[in-house]
Design a protein around this ligand. Structure first.
Ligand code: IMP
Length: 422
């Protein structure tokens, strides 16, 4: 398999974890390039459910090298817990996991600031995962962040931490929150640093050497196109470049080495947190929640649900250069009699065939829908294209045509075997 970037084509939670797991079979290395443990990638292997937050999903397959790239923000305590959890299930995590020495570290004051800022924002809150992601990337941009290379050098870390905690404790006090205890943070982070030290590497060189040796790389995107800091529904976004461009800056692999972009999308739309969602619909939300589906993998929050939005995915195809589409959760629509798909928006008499950059303008947009007849047949046992009901095939073909990319994968359930390759 050539070097492939996999991105979410909607607002995150598209089922990327499962598709990455399927594609990993043909890759040698799996690379995370953005986000942190705000992500939750669910993979089910032989009935066992794994939710991965920082470790690339490739860890679940033998012989794959997994890389947490420089563009990721790493909560070291969270990462230790995740590694220990995987080991408990007999998953090998050793030299098959490398963490970039220049990845920034998420600190307890980042999490506290994340929470405090959300409270301050009141009704304008973003609805973050409260994992400290925004403040950690903020420190990176302000050039005051601590990196993995600092974490594994105890003296340097102790010194830098003291300065950072002095400033951040003042900010926390000003916000009415409790300051954090330096010694306690130091001890916890030192322990995590010792545990993680064998994994911390110069991943830019490692990835370069892997390419020279003819290995294929799979870039595991986190979140989705419309949560991208630059291309999403700002300010209701995460703080990293989740789109395909982020794979280059977040790993150090140059653009001309990338061969293919796969966009993952649900057969409908979901979003967690605040911000506009043009096709949001109570009927489909109730149906999916009633089936026990669409609860956040990281926070457990019920996801907001809506009809498939082809305006949004077409926009995602443009921004990411999506070649191939993977459609997930088709089986979620098995009982719907009439399925709606947004084929355009209108606002104040003006038609839109793209997602307006201004959230207020987007919030005022009303979708223009096309109706599709439901197939009203269970699809979760389908394994080949022709196993699918004709109406489901027509629906999938229409989604791909409207989205402007090739349909390559259809997923009808969380298991590896519930995947139709086209
Ligand atoms: P943050 O990344 O925790 O700062 O959250 C910012 C926004 O991105 C919020 O609306 C979150 O719900 C959303 N978000 C962050 N990570 C994910 C994810 O992995 N899936 C879906 N939404 C996410």
């Amino acid at each position: 398999m050539a070097n492939t970037i996999l991105v979410g084509a909607q607002w995150g939670d598209e089922g990327k974890g499962k598709i990455i797991d399927v594609l990993t079979e043909q890759a040698d290395l799996v690379v995370r390039y953005a986000g942190g443990n705000n992500a939750g990638h669910t993979v089910i292997v032989k009935g066992q459910k794994f939710v991965l937050h920082l470790v690339p999903s490739g860890i679940l397959r033998k012989g794959k090298l997994c890389v947490i790239g420089n563009g990721v923000v790493v909560d070291p305590v969270g990462l230790v817990t995740e590694i220990e959890g995987l080991r408990k299930f007999g998953v090998k995590v050793a030299a098959n996991l490398a963490v970039s020495e220049t990845a920034h570290v998420v600190m307890p004051y980042h999490r506290e600031l994340d929470a405090q800022r959300e409270v301050l924002k009141g009704k304008q809150k973003i609805g973050t995962t409260q994992r400290g992601i925004g403040p950690a990337y903020g420190d990176k941009a302000a050039r005051v962040g601590l990196r993995m290379i600092d974490l594994i050098h105890p003296e340097r870390f102790a010194e830098k931490l003291q300065a950072r905690m002095q400033e951040n404790n003042e900010v926390l006090k000003a916000l009415g929150a409790k300051p954090l205890a330096y010694q306690q943070v130091l001890a916890t982070y030192r322990a995590a640093g010792d545990f993680l030290a064998p994994h911390v590497k110069n991943t830019v060189v490692l990835l370069h050497e892997a390419q020279q040796a003819g290995k294929s790389l799979l870039f595991e995107g986190a979140q989705g196109t419309f949560l991208d800091l630059d291309h999403g529904t700002y300010p209701y976004v995460t703080s990293s470049n989740t789109t395909a461009g982020g794979a280059c800056t977040g790993s150090g692999v140059p653009p001309h080495r990338m061969d293919r972009v796969v966009g993952v999308m649900k057969a409908y739309t979901t979003r967690v947190g605040e911000g506009p969602l043009p096709t949001e619909n109570a009927e489909i939300s109730d149906l999916l929640h009633g089936m026990g589906r669409e609860f956040g993998a990281t926070t457990g929050r019920p996801r907001r649900c809506g009809w498939f939005d082809s305006v949004a995915v077409r926009h995602a195809t443009m921004v990411n250069g999506i070649d191939d589409l993977a459609v997930t959760n088709l089986d979620g629509l098995d009982t719907v009699e009439t399925i709606k798909v947004a084929i355009g928006y209108r606002s104040g008499g003006k038609p839109y065939d793209y997602v307006p950059a201004d959230v207020d303008e987007l919030a005022a947009c009303v979708p223009v829908y096309a109706d599709f007849e439901g197939w009203l047949t269970p699809t979760s046992k389908a394994r080949k294209w022709n196993d699918l009901p004709a109406k489901a095939r027509d629906y999938l073909k229409a989604l791909a045509e409207l989205s402007g990319a090739r349909l390559s994968i259809a997923s009808v359930g969380p298991g590896r075997e519930q995947t139709i390759m086209l």
